[in-house]
Unconditional design. Sequence first.
Length: 209
Amino acid sequence: MADALTPKHWDGPPLDAWRAWRPEQAAAHLAGVGINWCVVGGWAIDLWLGRETRQHEDLEIAILRDDFPTIRKHLRAFDLHSVGDGEVRRLAPHDTPPPDKHQNWVLDPDANAWRMDIMMEPGDARTWVFRRDPSIRAPRSRMIGIRHGVPFLKPEGALLYKAKGLRPKDEADFAACLPSLDDVAREWLADALTRAHLAHPWIAALSRR
């Protein structure tokens, strides 16, 4: 979620109006959308593990930036807001998000509740690309899993994003995943962390058995 401590501009209900969909609810709303999308963040970890390891205050999904008009049309019953730099700005029906913003909240106007966070990412239908360092990439087929019909970013990708913050929930997600990561995932994540966050504390943990 955006940092709402000192917002510069805020359209829509306050931060405590987050009543996020569960992944299966999001999948129902996105049925037939016809684009690549996947759950990211903490819920992606739990989908991979096959169990809920903690509470989730929001739900994040990722799409390709070029696919935003398609998902916008599909979710026409909801209001979309561009988020970033201390701002939450409602997008008019035909507006596109600013090129320097990647985050969009979905507002359910009937419930006056935030339901989902849409992250726009680089890459294409075949290639997953790390937004913060486009040199880090992998085949999309390798990075995306699916459980009960819900696509999700596998933990090596989800943890790469989480490595920047090292919040308690990020540490908890790493600890939950670590025992189950195979050698290929460990090696890929350790290499990506070395490139994105040199000397990150998770690198040493990934090398231990």
